[in-house]
Design a protein around this ligand. Structure first.
Ligand SMILES: C[S@@+](CC[C@H](N)C(=O)[O-])C[C@H]1O[C@@H](n2cnc3c(N)ncnc32)[C@H](O)[C@@H]1O
Length: 237
């Protein structure tokens, strides 16, 4: 029933069924939150090595992982790049879990954790803002607000990096439907990412495919007088 509601309206079915949205449900139930966080850790574990080696993270001195969960990917990237400083933003109690992850990987001295919402201002001035499986959880209005927070915080020469399944390249229909029913989100196609990001002054520079399940989209800030018009090259690594 919620599936047909979501497909016909484009809106989440979760809140309709349970009376509050998914994230409010997790906030009310520590057991659900812990289960979800474990599932998030499990689902990315096999892909982390390829995301770490499939992109040149050494270009950056500082990175903010926005909605970084328990911090497994950021910890792996930092362990591979000893000069890098990291900062993870997520909600409690997940942020507290991330502190344990960074300690376990020996990168705690170079890593900050902020328990905050990514709809509020983000830690400012880093060279890269990373969003892993974040935007597909949200409809265009909210996803645009998250990108806007990244844009206002990023170093003007920095990058916004989006890692997630991309429609037509690395996305499965069942996850597309799941994102819709649970969150009112979706697996966007490359052109949809470009359209989402352009109003925030972001240019899609390139799309790479580090794993068989996720792409990495690299955005830079538009310089005055250089609107984003050309197609982004797509390349496998
Ligand atoms: C699909 S998980 C991805 C986590 C992590 N990026 C990863 O790939 O493992 C989405 C994350 O967004 C976080 N989140 C949801 N709403 C948030 C908000 N308003 N502010 C900050 N984080 C939020 C959740 O706590 C969760 O850790």
């Amino acid at each position: 029933m919620e599936l047909s509601h979501s497909v016909s309206t484009g809106q989440a079915g979760y809140a309709r069924r349970y009376g509050r949205d998914f994230w409010a449900d997790l906030a009310e139930s520590p057991h659900l939150r812990a289960t979800f966080d474990r599932q998030m850790r499990h689902r990315l574990r096999d892909q982390i090595p390829r995301i770490v080696t499939g992109f040149d993270w050494s270009r950056f001195a500082s990175i903010v992982d926005v909605g970084g969960g328990r911090g497994d990917l950021l910890a792996a990237v930092m362990a591979a790049h000893p000069g890098l400083r990291g900062h993870l933003v997520d909600l409690e109690p997940t942020a507290a879990e991330a502190r344990h992850t960074f300690a376990a990987h020996g990168v705690a001295a170079r890593t900050e954790v902020t328990a905050a919402s990514f709809f509020d201002p983000l830690p400012a001035g880093a060279q890269a803002y990373l969003l892993v499986d974040i935007l597909h959880d949200w409809d265009d209005e909210h996803a645009g607000r998250i990108l806007g927070r990244c844009v206002e915080a990023v170093d003007p020469a920095g990058r916004v990096l989006v890692v997630e399944p991309v429609g037509g390249l690395r996305a499965a229909s069942e996850f597309d439907l799941a994102m819709l029913v649970m969150f009112g989100g979706r697996e966007r196609r490359v052109e949809e990412f470009r359209a989402l990001a352009a109003p925030h002054g972001l240019i899609l520079d390139r799309v790479i495919e580090p794993t068989d399940q996720r792409c990495l989209l690299e955005f830079s800030l538009e310089k005055v007088g250089t609107p984003d018009t050309g197609p982004a090259p797509v390349s496998s690594v």
